[in-house]
Design a protein. Structure first.
Length: 202
């Protein structure tokens, strides 16, 4: 019985030694990088951000004339409605309703404004969706373009797993390849094509 126990202990010691030797090797197979830094600090990332800003500005300028026209019409309607109010109408909604009923032109104008405002809100939501698609496509193209460079770093480090820095609570500085990736990308990639995405016509 003692002999069996001794053999079991020997096996346990041997397994512990093997695991201790293999842990450093396993740790070296994992590298991490910070996507946010790569996006913000590379020349290509800055190029993408600048192009997205230009597209967003262009989209806003396309909506601005209609937005300003609607704002002016809303103020005009408010002023016209306010002009109908007399001291006798204060606290008497019925008198105000009667005054409005006597102005079908004003009521028709208000209905037209509501329809235009609703259509504009839909247009603005559509523009926001198109910009979101544009942003997603641009950064997807960015990371697709630099992916071969990350593959080179992965092979050079003998790594088999690449993780985002934010997904790891603790990491050794040597395992973080963000700086190396930024340097290599800056040497080889300067610009990324960014195309405005559009939703299908309704």
């Amino acid at each position: 019985m003692t002999r069996v126990i001794l053999n079991a202990r020997q096996v346990l010691v041997a397994l512990t030694a093997i695991m201790a030797l293999s842990m450093p090797a396993l740790a070296q197979q994992v590298i991490v990088f910070d996507p946010a830094r790569v996006m913000a600090e590379t020349t290509a990332g800055k190029d993408v951000a600048a192009k997205l800003t230009a597209i967003e500005t262009q989209m806003s300028s396309e909506l601005r004339p209609e937005a300003e026209a609607l704002a002016a019409e809303e103020k005009a309607l408010q002023d016209a409605t306010r002009a109908l109010v007399t001291p006798e109408m204060q606290g008497n909604p019925q008198l105000l309703q009667q005054a409005l009923a006597a102005r079908p032109d004003l009521r028709q104008r208000a209905q037209s404004f509501e329809q235009r405002a609703s259509a504009f809100n839909q247009k603005r939501q559509r523009a926001a969706q198109e910009f979101q698609l544009t942003e997603q496509a641009a950064w997807r193209s960015f990371f697709d373009t630099i992916s071969p460079i990350m593959d080179e770093i992965t092979a050079a480090r003998g790594a088999s797993v690449v993780m985002e820095r934010q997904a790891v609570t603790m990491v050794k500085p040597a395992a973080d390849v963000t700086g190396d990736l930024i340097s290599r990308v800056n040497q080889r990639v300067q610009t990324i094509d960014v195309t405005r995405q559009r939703l299908p016509a309704q």
